[in-house]
Write a protein that binds this ligand. Structure first.
Ligand code: DSN
Length: 428
């Protein structure tokens, strides 16, 4: 399908078509361990390239500010009903353009500027929208940060409770973008309610596992749940919000007209497809494979002498502390990219290095698992990663690894991408 689209595009805009082709080759011929990325199913891509992209539908089903919304209503209602069913939620808003927009809307529904909020420190695995000073969240609200325990490198709920009792937040944000362990939403809810706060769970990274019943759901415990659709949930790039009926109109008003205009109806169609796929039994197998692959990757890297933050993983994320190896996350990221392996530099808890350097790298298994990589491939990849990281300046090793990466990638095409891309022009 992508080949067809690209060749059609090539007739009217060869420059854009060429760049898309190169990006397709790049993705095809590299090992993608970026934990927040995935490959959407071709049917999701088809839905998001449909004519609904042309439709303005400000408002909500049956309450629009434009004519001609009959099918916009039908598709958004379907997406809402599927999201509610999938996550057993009373209310769903499927309009947020991204996870950040979902968080912005949720905060604006629940908070006034200046209110005190607790969130996970970015350097301990939090997210920009959980109170970073360079983000609207940190500028508009008074965020107080909790972190992980220095010894276990896991959330310390007793400490979080003490902090909550001391700073009396109006809202506690539970959720992370670089935390490899199960999050105890029930305990967070107990703490929040003890201090009269509401709980917002940002499940963007783990939404696929929650949908499959392989991570405890935040829905019974959090007043508001925000998420993206493109990560472990394997949908289009976008966000959504779940809540109970009592907050439904506040959340809806915060999304539109609060912070967004017209919804991206084509993306909402693709979200509906992704929610449907996540209800199928094979989606549970997919999530189980993500988890198994991450565990094997962590264990193998440990066998090669790498230090894994918190000693392992319960989800799709493996955080590696590179300080014992004497290289920064930036150096490791660059050396691995030269070898065809994509990861991202990431701060580790109590990191002495700044975010542009970092002492760690974050690895994740959703995208490779979608391509069919399994346990044997994870073992091989752990060996390749180690080889590159132990000799970060060795271009000969990087070239050798790159060749092995290409051979592996040829055996596992990206769903919907024709095999001819593996002969691509970028990597030879
Ligand atoms: N920046 C994303 C990630 O990589 O986790 C989250 O928004």
């Amino acid at each position: 399908m992508k080949v067809y689209k690209t060749s059609l595009l090539a007739q009217c805009d060869s420059e854009v078509a060429r760049i898309i082709q190169l990006e397709t080759e790049r993705q095809t011929n590299t090992i993608n361990l970026v934990a927040s990325e995935n490959h959407a199913h071709p049917s999701v891509l088809e839905a998001q390239s449909c004519l609904l992209t042309d439709k303005y539908a400000e408002g909500y089903p049956k309450h629009r500010y434009y004519g001609g919304c009959i099918y916009a209503d039908a598709i958004e209602t379907l997406a809402i009903e599927r999201a509610k069913k999938l996550f057993q939620a009373e209310h769903a808003n499927v309009q947020p353009h991204s996870g950040s927009q979902a968080n912005m809307a949720a905060y604006s529904a629940l908070l006034e500027h200046g209110d005190t909020v607790m969130g996970l420190d970015l350097s301990h695995g939090g997210h920009l929208t959980h109170g970073s000073k360079v983000n609207f969240s940190g500028r508009w609200y008074n965020f107080i940060f909790y972190g992980v325990n220095a010894k276990t490198e896991m959330l310390d709920y007793d400490e979080i409770e003490k902090l909550a009792l001391a700073c009396k937040p109006k809202l506690i944000v539970a959720g992370a973008s670089a935390y490899p362990r199960t999050i105890d939403f029930e305990r967070f809810s107990y703490i929040a309610h003890r201090v009269g706060a509401k709980l917002l769970a940002d499940m963007a990274h783990i939404a696929g596992m929650v949908a499959a019943g392989l991570h405890p759901s935040p829905v019974p415990y959090a007043e508001v749940v925000t998420s993206t659709t493109q990560k472990t949930l394997r949908g289009p790039r976008g966000g959504f919000i779940l809540c109970n009926e009592d907050l439904a109109s506040a959340i809806d008003a915060a999304v539109f007209p609060g912070i967004q205009g017209g919804p991206a109806m084509h993306i909402i169609a693709a979200k509906a497809v992704c929610f449907y796929q996540a209800m199928q039994p094979e989606f549970i197998d997919y999530q189980l494979s993500i988890l198994r692959n991450a565990k094997v990757l962590a264990a193998e890297l440990q066998n090669y002498g790498m230090r894994i933050i918190s000693g392992g993983t319960d989800n799709h994320i493996v955080l590696v502390d590179l300080s014992p190896r004497g290289i920064s996350g930036k150096e490791a990221e660059e050396a691995l990219e030269a070898a065809g392996i994509l990861v991202n530099r990431n701060t580790i808890p109590f990191d002495p290095k700044p975010p542009h350097l970092t002492s760690g790298i974050r690895l994740g298994t959703p995208a490779l698992t979608t391509r069919g990589f399994g346990v044997e491939e994870m073992k091989h990849i752990a060996a390749l990663i180690t080889k590159v990281i132990f000799h970060p300046g060795d271009e000969r090793i990087q070239k050798q690894v790159c060749q092995e990466v290409k051979e592996m990638c040829q055996r596992f095409p990206i769903p919907g991408v024709a095999g001819e891309y593996t002969k691509g022009s970028i990597n030879g």
